[in-house]
Write a protein that binds this ligand. Structure first.
Ligand SMILES: [Zn+2]
Length: 177
């Protein structure tokens, strides 16, 4: 478990020349574009950057990010834990033109003036890793759907659907189950 805060501003080309590794932790509140996508301030983010140069003298930045945060369940609107993880290799380039020539297995990151923000990179990785919709895997949450919304939710095609009237009967007050 990382407890040191991830450094933010770094000359990433110099780091690549030196072949350094930088790691640390962040909190959702450190990430101003990511935090509004979450249901709560609580949570942990850990990141590790490994800098290197490749055979073609590119400046490379490998980034691995994991996070445990709270998001909103799109079915019951309660908060729920969500684990995120992402790994990417970025090629640090100077211009759009150079970015367009980066091989497909690399993602270009345009950096003109050092230093650049590692926190921004972490934030971008997390935003991309966040599923557009999250749902509890619990029966309690599923029952809420059956009780007050569309009894035939989309996405269950091919599965045998429970009879919504049976579900409603079980939810009647006083009916022990
Ligand atoms: Zn839910």
């Amino acid at each position: 478990m990382l407890t040191e805060t991830l450094p933010n501003m770094l000359d990433v080309r110099q780091a690549a020349v030196r072949g350094v590794t930088v790691s640390g932790a962040l909190k959702p509140l450190d990430l101003q574009r990511f935090r509004p996508l979450l249901a709560a301030d609580e949570g942990t983010v850990a990141a590790e950057f490994t800098f290197s140069r490749d055979d073609e003298r590119r400046y490379l930045m490998q980034v691995a990010v994991t996070a445990d945060v709270m998001v909103t369940c799109q079915r019951c609107l309660e908060k729920m834990p969500q684990h995120l993880s992402s790994e990417s290799t970025l090629a640090i380039v100077w211009t759009d033109e150079e970015a367009s020539h980066v091989p497909k297995h690399l993602e270009p990151l345009i950096v003109m003036e050092p230093p650049s923000s590692l926190w921004d990179v972490v934030e971008e990785e997390l935003i991309l890793a966040l599923p557009p919709f999250s749902y509890h895997e619990t029966d309690e949450c599923r029952m809420k759907t059956a009780a007050y919304s569309d009894p035939f939710p989309e996405g269950d095609a091919g599965e045998k659907k429970p009879n919504p009237f049976n579900v409603l009967a079980q939810l009647k007050p006083g009916n022990k189950h």
